[in-house]
Design a binder for this molecule. Structure first.
Ligand SMILES: N[C@@H](CCC(=O)N[C@@H](CS)C(=O)NCC(=O)O)C(=O)O
Length: 231
């Protein structure tokens, strides 16, 4: 299996949606290779010209794009490994949580790290990234991030649903990590790799949970992020 993943100028994997899949593969104990690309490579990736996004998993002849589709595929293709999606209603609830992660965690973090993220990208990706994000946000990359010191408290407040769960249990999944943990982890890992801005307070249970997630699977998250320290 080959995971196609984005790298930044350090050669570090930063994509939040790819981190979900990396953690899912580790949870299942599945080995994989990685093909490193930049944003500019995405449109020409698929041999028959089909539209793909990152992450994309290639398993033999099979191309699976979209992180949730990849995790469902892994559950089907490797039925003897620990499952991450469940019955119909469990999977629907996970998708609801993914929606919350996108609209609250990713959207909140984006406004705290956007300029740092832009600066961390491959030089060949920066013009495309600026143009596409400025079109979405209808403001400059600099304006997206501006005022973050004043806005970070509102972001912390928005995490209250996670905080309440994590005050009662070590993982969103309970005693053990689940795909819900990897969904939220991806966002915080994206911020950690792309920026030195403290998006969480050290005394926040969400911070403690994130550190716990970084320790999973032999410190998988810390290994890939090690390049940040040498930036
Ligand atoms: N729903 C998809 C979203 C994937 C996605 O948007 N990936 C981003 C990178 S994290 C991408 O491919 N962007 C291409 C671009 O912006 O040109 C998933 O969960 O995998």
């Amino acid at each position: 299996m080959v995971l196609i993943d984005l790298i930044n100028a350090n050669g570090t994997h930063f994509s939040p949606n790819s981190w979900r899949v990396r953690m899912a593969l580790a949870h299942k104990g599945l080995a994989f290779e990685v093909r490193d690309i930049g944003f500019m490579d995405v449109p020409s990736l698929h041999p028959q010209g089909e539209k793909v996004t990152i992450p994309t998993l290639v398993h033999g002849e099979r191309w699976v794009t979209d992180s949730f589709a990849i995790v469902r595929y892994l559950d089907e293709a490797f039925p003897n490994t620990p499952r991450l999606t469940g019955t119909g209603s469990e999977t629907a609830l996970l998708q609801f949580f993914q929606n919350w992660v996108q609209t609250t965690v990713h959207a909140g973090l984006a406004r705290l790290i956007m300029q740092d993220l832009h600066r961390s990208l491959l030089p060949t990706d920066q013009a495309y990234f600026r143009e596409s994000r400025e079109r979405i946000y209808k403001m400059t990359i600099e304006e997206i991030q501006a005022g973050r010191e004043e806005r970070v408290a509102a972001f912390h407040k928005s995490l209250q649903p996670m905080r309440q769960s994590l005050q009662a249990q070590p993982f969103l999944g309970g005693a053990q990590p689940s795909y819900a943990d990897y969904l939220a982890f991806g966002g915080f890992q994206w911020a950690r790799i792309s920026s030195t801005f403290a998006v969480l307070n050290a005394d926040d249970v969400v911070h403690t949970w994130f550190e716990r997630c970084l320790d999973l699977y032999g410190g998988l998250g810390r290994q890939d992020a090690a390049a940040v320290a040498t930036r």
